[in-house]
Design a protein around this ligand. Structure first.
Ligand code: XMP
Length: 319
């Protein structure tokens, strides 16, 4: 009989057999797939695993702390936490084109990851959170590429110049199976059932040029939106939800004064496959509460709008 606990034992045994006494490196992003790989490998090979977590300055509020809490402090996984935000920001300076931004963020990640892995000369394996749909997608990549609207950069896209063997223990699993495995391995429910987050992170949710100041405002607005979605039970009813920073200033009034500040757009969608999507019909009362909180709590934002565009013709992300 197939059960998840048996599957955990089998997967652990398979990793041990494959890896032996070798050391393994994993790029931990905080996303579901790499998190589940980290938990599985930690269970299977303990200290033979070293994770590299790169903070690119484009993560969600407190994300780095949460990853370090879950993996390093609670589970005792070896995690190298690299704060590369200044470096990412420097390279993104003056760049406004969305695809150019994706390229830079992807390239910088590889750069930082390679630098860190050079400090682990004994590593023989590079673990990745490739799941079954990724395998199918890359098999069809030749035909798909011509139709791709956005280039995707994930932790997965590392070059083979690292001379490491690939370890992909989730290769046979669908997303819901990966989540079940994560729960069986003891990962927190919120981590395993989190909405997807794009590899370039807030880099494609800050329209135009990325600045650290914009990222700070966006992180706070986004955290309020997500907190209220969770509190109202709407987080589970939406497939993805986030705030977008618009580098446009509009006039407002606060107390006796006039304000001239930035705009945040809220996006929440429902979808099966992310190829098409409906905007979520969130209750007006919820939208009103989120808007009030953002404007009152995030100085620098004085206007909040809700995105009511479907995909197609709009995409889910704004860039
Ligand atoms: P779009 O905006 O194309 O998004 O409708 C569809 C899904 O893909 C995610 N997305 C990305 N994921 N790197 C990623 O890893 C990217 O560059 C990227 N762009 C979009 C998006 O969040 C949505 O889930």
């Amino acid at each position: 009989d197939w059960t998840m606990p048996n599957y955990v034992d089998e997967a652990v045994a398979r990793v041990r057999e494959q890896v032996g006494n070798d050391e393994v490196i994993l790029g931990l992003s905080g996303g579901v797939d790499s998190s589940v790989v980290a938990a599985l490998l930690h269970k299977a090979i303990g200290t033979q695993l070293t994770c590299v977590f790169v903070d690119n300055g484009l993560l969600r509020l407190n994300e780095a702390e949460q990853v370090m809490d879950t993996f390093a402090r609670n589970l005792g996984v070896k995690v190298i936490h690299v704060d590369a935000s200044a470096e990412f920001m420097k390279h993104l300076g003056g760049v406004t084109d969305p695809e150019q931004k994706r390229k830079i963020i992807g390239r910088e990640f590889v750069e930082v990851f390679q630098r860190e892995s050079a400090k682990l000369p004994n590593a023989k394996w590079l673990a990745q959170g490739t799941i079954y749909p990724d395998v199918i997608e890359s098999a069809g990549a030749k035909t798909k590429k011509a139709h791709a609207i956005k280039s995707h950069h994930n932790v997965g896209g590392l070059p083979d110049t690292l001379h490491l063997k690939l370890l992909e223990p989730l290769r046979e699993l669908f997303k819901d199976e990966v989540r079940e495995l994560g729960v069986a391995l003891g990962l927190p429910h919120e981590m395993v059932y989190r909405h997807p987050f794009p590899g370039p992170g807030l880099g494609v949710r800050i329209l135009g040029e990325v600045k650290a100041e914009f990222a700070d405002l966006l992180r706070r607005a986004d955290a309020i939106f997500i907190e209220e979605l969770r509190a109202s039970g709407w987080y589970e009813k939406t497939s993805q939800a986030f705030a977008v920073f618009l580098p446009v200033k509009s006039v407002g009034v606060m107390g006796d004064g006039r304000t001239y500040e930035y705009v945040v757009a809220l996006r929440a969608i429902q979808t099966q496959d992310f190829m098409t999507a409906h905007w979520a019909e969130l209750p007006y009362s919820l939208l009103g509460k989120v808007s009030n909180r953002i404007i009152n709590e995030v100085r620098g934002i004085n206007r909040v709008v809700y995105d009511i565009s479907g995909k197609p013709p709009a995409t889910i992300e704004w860039e």
